[in-house]
Design a protein around this ligand. Structure first.
Ligand code: GUN
Ligand code: FE
Length: 444
């Protein structure tokens, strides 16, 4: 059912600011005809009244903002939860590039992409920042499917033309081809009938090692010309970091900036080896980081210093990095973000005395912070008007049913506030997600 033009009475949580989860009960939420939240009124506040035609969400069900996933490799969905036992470079060449090459086949692409978009929506991912593959037609198809399914999606054709790091069977034939293909996808997405900005194109150099300097230069110019956001990987692994040092004599972040690829609303994945000046470069260019803690545990060989990045004012959201980890939703990603930060703080080597185990005192985050990153934090990184129930934002939301018989969420009498939210975030599974809306339209 569409909520456009309706008034809701709902209870739930949101976290518009980091460190500030707000619980609301029987809030009256007015949704405009275009899916924008027109007004939110709380019991006891000026003008609070419940009209006869207001829609009351079922008692006991909990409204949350939809999740923003800042890093998804759509074509890697078929290998989610497999091939996790090899180093990143082996994984790319032995498993990932062969799989991605199969998207030359549009029938295969359609089967996978249709299922992925439906699964992510059903799990509450209302916004996704997608890497597709090098193929122009399959990337256009992903955009068509997202628009049809009603998912807020930012999508890029992967650009990768470097003959020394990319296999001949899977790369752009030249820098010019990488740029022209990217432009073709931008034009397609911007021209899609009925697309009012729900689906947007993104300039997507895979990562610096995979791109020639000519491609990086051309893509930077294209991003500036078209105003598109950029997505890539930054300082994910030691290997990537050293490659860029050796080739360009600077850090990964500096190189992206040099080529004009660090633009407002752009998002770079991982960032495990970012230095303080790199973080400052991202911050001052209004670019953000997709924190991918599940993937980092398997492939990066390091944990992202999340607390330090937040303290430096960096924009950070969460990324599932399908399939650089065993799970594809922001639920598991948020849980791992808390665990990874705890391990960074406490250290992991029992042979060291406690005082020497970790160089990151104060690194932990709590679940409320992870919830903020999963919603408003990701939205802020992308500069999208979503992520909480503040007036003026789009109504992207999910409704949690703690009584769903197939679900894993169990709530107990007396739980409320921060502890209740924490219970919901750790306990919810797909069956507990009763409804999902994007821009006021029901999508799952
Ligand atoms: N670096 C370049 N490509 C990839 C990818 O597909 N996944 C991850 N995790 N890192 C990458
Ligand atoms: Fe990735």
């Amino acid at each position: 059912m569409t909520l456009r033009g309706r008034t809701l009475v709902a209870s739930g949580f949101h976290a518009p600011e980091r460190g500030g989860v707000e619980e609301f009960r029987d809030a009256v939420i007015e949704i405009g005809a275009d899916g924008t939240i027109a007004a939110v009124r709380h019991p006891g506040s000026d003008g609070y009244s419940v009209s006869n035609d207001a829609l009351h969400l079922p008692e006991g069900q909990i409204l949350l903002p939809g999740f923003v996933d800042l890093h998804v490799h759509a074509p890697q969905y078929p290998q989610l939860g497999s091939a996790l036992d090899v180093p990143l470079e082996d994984w790319l060449h032995r498993h990932t590039f062969p799989l991605e090459a199969r998207y030359a086949d549009l029938g295969f692409a359609e089967r996978v992409y249709r299922l992925l978009v439906a699964d992510l929506l059903a799990c509450g991912t209302t916004t996704a920042l997608y890497f597709a593959t090098v193929h122009v037609e399959a990337t256009k198809l992903l955009a068509d499917l997202c628009l049809k399914a009603g998912q807020r999606a930012l999508i890029g054709k992967v650009a990768m033309d470097h003959p020394e790091t990319c296999p001949d069977y899977y790369r752009d034939g030249s820098a010019a081809e990488a740029v022209a293909g990217t432009r073709a996808v931008i034009d397609h997405i911007r021209g899609l009938p009925g697309n009012d900005g729900l689906v947007q194109p993104v300039v997507t150099p895979r990562f610096i090692p995979a791109c020639s300097d000519a491609a990086l230069r051309g893509l930077g110019a294209l991003a500036q010309e078209t105003g598109c956001r950029v997505q890539s990987h930054v300082s994910e692994s030691d290997w990537e970091h050293s490659h860029v040092q050796a080739r360009h004599g600077c850090s990964d972040a500096q190189s992206l900036h040099h080529f004009g690829l660090m633009t407002p609303g752009s998002v770079f994945a991982h960032g495990n080896f970012l230095s303080p000046p790199d973080m400052e470069l991202l911050r001052s260019n209004r670019s953000g980081v997709a924190h991918c803690p599940l993937s980092n545990a398997y492939f990066a060989g390091a944990a992202f210093p999340l607390r330090a990045a937040l303290d430096r004012g960096l924009r950070v959201g969460l990324g599932s990095d399908i399939s650089g980890g065993p799970a594809g939703t922001i639920w598991e990603t948020a849980r791992m973000a808390v665990a990874a930060a705890r391990m960074l703080e406490s250290g992991v080597d029992p042979d060291l005395p406690p005082a020497q185990r970790s160089a990151h005192p104060g690194a932990r985050i709590d679940m409320a912070t992870a919830f903020h990153l999963a919603t408003a934090g990701g939205a802020a990184a992308l500069e999208l008007p979503v992520g909480s129930f503040r007036p003026g934002l789009q109504f992207d939301a999910m409704l949690i049913d703690p009584t769903a018989p197939q679900g894993t969420l169990r709530l107990w009498p007396g739980q409320s506030g921060a502890l209740l939210l924490e219970r919901i975030l750790y306990g919810t599974s797909r069956a507990n997600i009763a409804r999902v809306w994007v821009s006021g339209r029901q999508v799952a």
